[in-house]
Design a protein around this ligand. Structure first.
Ligand code: NI
Length: 395
């Protein structure tokens, strides 16, 4: 391996790989990252980093102060949780926890941010300002760690936050950057429909919640197609309907569950308002009522142009311009790093991990998902060098 700058040398690359493999072998679900937290804490302590505190129960924050006095504060964030998926790779360090797998690469994010934290700690005499390195639990499921970290106040005073996500669509050796929206904002929706039960053969004596629910699902599809500017991406997906008790009874209730995705917070407000209005109207048309509940959901992940350009230029210098992919379109997936937007400007870059020759091409959340580990020191070097430039005030 060629020497990457600022202390991401072969010794540290080995450390990142071995920590990553240990975490991969012992994956933990959201908000249960106890062993992962303990491992990261041990590694930080072993590296001489002693200002480490618990955050969001199973997460950690490590603070590093530059030796050149006060300056700007930068946050780094890696997520730590795994998914309820049975691993189907033949890796020697495949998951030992049945039904749990690091299929979204959060093991690599934790190890890379740990490696970057160690490299920056070793170089702390050379910069001013402060680093807050977050090892965040529960990116995948509520209660989301990103929200809890931001609400805990540990990011107060931070002027920028960097993070990364592995990307099996981008070849190893490259990174992907994008200013503006990178990932969609989401929201869970539940609509409870109330009707009146009656005999199936005397429908006029009841109010059919099944019919009302079907009408609501149809009506909601007119939101993206007829009510929102077609140039504004919106997804309204109903993934589940539950209703009725018997085939010869008019159902007196139905429950509709789904999710929405937007790339603009104003559009989200309008879509939620329209869902309420259309569900209410469609239910009334059938003599029923509808009640909308929204819950959870991530904000839109808005990459700050300045921070994104910092990563882009760092990528150009370390990897060459050809190896910095400009991501043309945002994704309608969502990610809880978006909550950090509420604390400071943020930027998340994508780290290429695809290797066609080795067959590492499976998508995220797939049981055969495999990472090309030669990406690990590249991710760490991009973070370390971007952090150095930010703290040196050159960006
Ligand atoms: Ni992920």
């Amino acid at each position: 391996m060629t020497q990457l700058p600022h202390g991401v040398n072969e010794e540290l690359a080995d450390k990142i790989r071995s920590v990553r493999r240990t975490i991969h072998e012992h994956p933990e679900l959201s908000n249960r990252e106890h062993d992962t937290q303990a491992l990261v804490w041990r590694e930080l302590t072993a590296a001489g980093i002693d200002d480490v505190k618990e955050v969001a129960d199973t997460g950690l924050i490590a603070t590093i102060r530059g030796g050149k006095g006060p300056g700007r504060t930068l946050g780094l964030r890696g997520d730590m949780d795994a998914l309820p998926i049975q691993e189907a790779t033949d890796l020697p360090f495949a998951s030992k926890n049945a039904g749990v797998m690091h299929a979204c690469g959060h093991d690599t994010h934790t190890a890379i941010v740990l490696g970057a934290t160690i490299a920056l700690h070793r170089a702390r005499a050379e910069f001013a300002g402060e680093l807050r390195c977050i090892f965040q639990p529960a990116e995948e499921t509520e209660p989301l760690g990103g929200r809890r970290v931001v609400e805990s106040g540990v990011l107060d005073g931070v002027k920028g936050i960097l993070s990364l996500h592995v990307d099996p669509a981008i070849p190893v050796g490259k990174i992907g950057v994008r200013a503006g929206p990178l990932l969609a904002g989401g929201q869970e929706i539940t609509i409870r429909v109330k009707g009146t039960a009656s005999h199936a053969a005397r429908p006029h004596l009841g109010a059919d919640a099944v019919l009302a629910a079907c009408a609501i699902v149809q009506a909601l599809q007119t939101i993206p197609s007829r009510r929102i500017d077609p140039l504004e991406p919106v997804v309204v997906t109903i993934g589940k309907i539950a209703a009725g008790t018997a085939k010869n009874v008019i159902a007196d209730s139905a429950m509709i569950e789904g999710t929405l995705r937007v790339l603009d917070e104003g559009v989200r407000t309008e879509v939620v308002r329209l869902i309420r209005e259309l569900a209410d109207g469609a239910a009334r048309n059938h003599g029923c009522t509808a009640e909308l509940e929204t819950s959870g959901g991530e904000p839109v992940l808005m990459n700050d142009p300045g921070l994104t350009d910092l990563i882009r230029r760092t990528g150009h210098d370390l990897l060459g311009a050809d190896n910095v992919v400009e991501i043309a379109r945002p994704s309608m997936g969502s990610e809880d790093f978006a909550f950090y937007v509420q604390a400071a400007p943020v930027s998340m870059f994508r780290l290429g991990i695809r290797n066609e020759a080795l067959g590492y091409t499976h998508p995220l959340h797939h049981p055969e998902f495999v990472v090309d580990e030669s990406a690990l020191p590249i991710g760490a070097a991009i973070i370390v060098e971007s952090a150095r430039r930010f703290l040196d005030g050159k960006d």
